[in-house]
Write a protein that binds this ligand. Structure first.
Ligand SMILES: *Cc1c(COP(=O)(O)O)cnc(C)c1O
Length: 375
């Protein structure tokens, strides 16, 4: 079976001495390696604060808590569940909006239409690593006095022109779980240029305790351990070359698939750099001659693991079904995308032969249905 993805791990030897030293210090969580990881990330991204936590989800929960949000948060429905869950855990209401059907990121015009007297923030997502339209969203947030947060789980190393993702809005939150670009095992990073927000997130990861056990607010237990940070420091050294490799592998996929009718790819505007956390194809079932689900089934039977990211979209998931119908109205572009998208295997150390093999299988499937239909 070719897996949908694999963590690209640093060589074990690169960690051996450091784990030994860590044992000698005896302090195994939220200490010098976590601080070092934060410092290296601040420098790499050019951002004032990077705060390491237990996950991207806990990071989003804490950022929303620290910003004191109330009422509604505008969020795309085409995203991973955690973007919405962080809103729910803060007792806030998600106001789902459409995506741009070309880039799959949040649709700025639809965001503006969704703003009302209850709106307190926008949570945008850099889908598959492709940056959301951050400059336009910053203008909107300023115009309507809203907070702006980015779920940057996929986008460590992504850029808008020369600016790294991590510098936009009030805060951005990265994930370092094993399917993401920089791997710490489990983990998340909050970045912000706002000193007070950074202070609150730092104490928020330790129950909300500023150090005197007189908690300012109900925080979480969401620290990063030293082991995770050591892995992250080594993983970060490979980040730039991993992004390059993913872009090359994606290019190869596109070259081999573009001759087939009914297959489209995520559009990544020229001024953006994406990490290709995922590579997805968008199927036009009529032109290709087969539904997404049937193609998925065929690929699975040939030993190719696929994922239907993000299907079902959030507004159709059980966890959101209790919201009033006006919060769950039909989102045509989102539903169309969720129904026809298919992520193919991609990981940073993937051999090119696997791309050749997968694209060959897809071509064979297409030829087979074409000849069956012709017969
Ligand atoms: C993986 C992912 C998350 C959750 O990250 P964790 O670190 O596992 O909490 C959040 N948002 C998106 C878009 C993701 O893909």
């Amino acid at each position: 079976m070719i897996p949908i993805t694999r963590a690209t791990l640093p060589p074990f030897d690169s960690l051996e001495n450091e784990v030994r030293e860590l044992f000698a210090t005896g302090i195994i969580t939220n200490h010098q390696s976590v601080q070092k990881l934060e410092n290296v990330l601040q420098e790499y991204l050019g951002v004032k604060h990077a705060i390491a936590l237990s996950s991207c989800t806990s990071g989003m929960m804490l950022v929303m808590k620290a910003l004191g949000l109330q009422g509604e948060v505008i969020v795309p429905s085409f995203t991973f569940s955690a973007s919405g869950h962080a809103i729910l855990w803060n007792g806030l209401t998600p106001r789902f909006v459409e995506i741009n059907p070309e880039t799959y990121t949040i649709n700025v015009q639809e965001v503006e239409k969704a703003i009302n007297s209850k709106t307190s923030a926008i949570l945008a997502v850099h889908i598959f690593g492709c940056p959301a339209p951050a400059n336009e969203l910053e203008e909107l947030a300023q115009k309507y006095n809203l907070k702006l947060i980015f779920d940057a789980a996929h986008a460590l190393g992504s850029k808008i022109n020369t600016t790294f993702v991590g510098n936009f809005g009030d805060a951005e939150i990265f994930s370092c779980s094993p399917t993401k670009l920089m791997v710490t095992g489990e983990g998340g990073i909050v970045t912000t240029n706002n000193d007070e927000l950074a202070r609150k997130v730092r104490i928020g990861r330790t129950y909300g305790d500023p150090g005197d056990y007189n908690c300012e607010f109900p925080g979480l237990s969401a620290r990063m351990s030293e082991f995770n940070a050591l892995l992250g420091l080594q993983s970060l050294k490979m980040l730039e070359s991993n992004i390059e490799k993913r872009n090359q592998l994606t290019q190869l996929y596109k070259e081999h698939l573009s001759s087939l009718p009914g297959i489209q790819f995520q559009a990544v505007p020229l001024q953006l750099r994406t990490t290709y956390k995922d590579f997805a194809i968008l199927l036009n079932p009529k032109e290709f001659g087969m539904s997404r689900d049937l193609l998925a089934e065929e690929l699975h039977q040939q030993g190719i693991q696929i994922k239907k990211y993000f299907c079902p979209p959030l507004h159709l998931q059980k966890a959101y079904a209790h919201f009033l119908p006006q919060y769950l109205q039909q989102l045509k572009a989102t539903e169309q995308l969720a129904q026809n998208i298919l992520s193919l295997p991609l990981y940073s150390h993937m051999p090119e032969q696997e791309v050749f093999f997968i694209t060959k299988i897809i071509k064979e499937i297409y030829q087979k249905i074409k000849s069956e239909k012709g017969a």
